[in-house]
Write a protein that binds this ligand. Structure first.
Ligand code: SF4
Ligand code: SF4
Length: 366
């Protein structure tokens, strides 16, 4: 079967989105058990921390200043570093090859094509103003965490119950959604259907950060002006609204290496993705392999070095999820005395470690 850049990219998006759905279901089951006062048999999937970007940024500062990868949400930092590393090679490639929101955004654009038959483009002035929003949001968090928070307050935040159980809070946000949050999400979905890539283009701070890192990326789309017939098809399909015909190298912060321009171009040798000027272009399969390899290698290394799973004991999760309820008799009957002893020991170690960390922070503050 002949593969195209789009079919290759779709396969990668489906694989990663499938993994995210799988993680989401497992985490939902994990939390449901806790809420029923039952210790879950299902292990908490560490990948859920991909959805804790603030915790990842806080952990990054902590790691840079202390050299320690904290054990509360280690995979948040690991995934953050992997995602940033992808931008060094593929610019915002993460957005169009891996991110499930990017995948849904493309689905919304398709829906737009079916319903409205016309992609709405905002006037240039609004487009520029709105595009700055995502940089402002990213800048706000970077400023607050890297400039305003001291290392000791970072440590306090990391070990605070708010951060420890941020994943459960995030799930509850979607499960028991308030009317305001529901309305905001519906408005965002409508805007994303009407204006192509609305969320990714104007609001996503992760995309903003990757765009900035990607500005220094080795990989870029190259256009061979001498062979270009100026048909403009590449610009019509470009989700980044980039003036491809004006450029030889696409350095734009908005390029997500989606390869739609390459696929659409009628002159097959005009556009290509190159890592090194003057060298052969890399195909979509090479990019697909890169994404699969970098995530697999990063997660495996983190797992082997003990920086993937967190060290929060199940009992602490249970206490957080059902603070007013004693564990049910079903739970207690289910647990062997040895397991109960191990859990109590882990709880005590966890508490002692937390106390030590807080004491260190307090001493550092004095
Ligand atoms: S320039 Fe090409 S690869 Fe970059 S976003 Fe536009 S269509 Fe995708
Ligand atoms: S689609 Fe290809 S030939 Fe047409 S303008 Fe774009 S780069 Fe040139």
């Amino acid at each position: 079967m002949k593969t195209t850049p789009l079919s290759t990219r779709r396969s990668v998006q489906i694989i990663f989105s499938g993994i995210v759905v799988f993680i989401g279901i497992r985490f939902y089951l994990f939390v449901s058990c806790l809420e029923n006062g039952v210790l879950p048999e299902i292990e908490r999937p560490a990948g859920v921390e991909a959805f804790l970007p603030i915790s990842a940024l806080v952990s990054l500062k902590h790691w840079l200043y202390t050299g320690i990868i904290n054990s509360i949400h280690p995979s948040a930092l690991v995934l953050f570093l992997i995602i940033c590393a992808t931008a060094v090679v593929t610019k915002k490639g993460f957005c169009s090859w891996v991110c499930p929101i990017g995948f849904l955004s493309e689905g919304a654009a398709k829906l737009n094509g079916m319903l409205l038959k016309k992609t709405l483009r905002l006037p240039a002035i609004f487009d520029v103003l709105l595009r700055s929003l995502k940089y402002l949001i990213a800048g706000f968090f970077i400023y607050q965490i890297f400039y305003k928070m001291s290392v000791s307050s970072i440590e306090q935040f990391i070990h605070s119950p708010y951060n420890q159980f941020a994943d459960i809070k995030m799930l509850k946000f979607f499960k028991d959604m308030s009317t305001t949050a529901f309305i905001v999400i519906v408005v965002l979905i409508c805007l994303t259907i009407t204006i192509r890539n609305f969320w990714c283009r104007y609001l996503c701070p992760y995309g903003a950060l990757l765009g900035i890192i990607g500005f220094l990326s080795l990989g870029r789309i190259h256009r061979q002006p001498s062979h270009c017939i100026d048909c403009g098809r590449c610009e019509t399909v470009c989700p980044g609204n980039i003036d491809i015909r004006q450029k030889t190298w696409i350095n734009s912060l908005e390029c997500s290496t989606c390869m739609s321009c390459i696929e659409t171009c009628p002159e097959k040798k005009v556009l290509g993705f190159k890592l090194v000027p003057g060298r052969k272009s890399l195909g979509a399969m090479a990019i697909a392999i890169f994404f699969v390899l970098i995530f697999t290698a990063g997660i495996t290394t983190a797992g082997l070095s003990g920086h993937w799973k967190n060290n929060i004991p199940l009992q602490a999760y249970l206490q957080h999820a059902t603070p007013d309820t004693a564990p049910s008799s079903k739970t207690l009957n289910h647990i062997s005395p040895e397991k109960m002893q191990r859990m109590i020991l882990m709880m005590n170690q966890f508490r002692a470690q937390n106390m030590q960390n807080l004491q260190k922070s307090n001493e550092a503050q004095k």
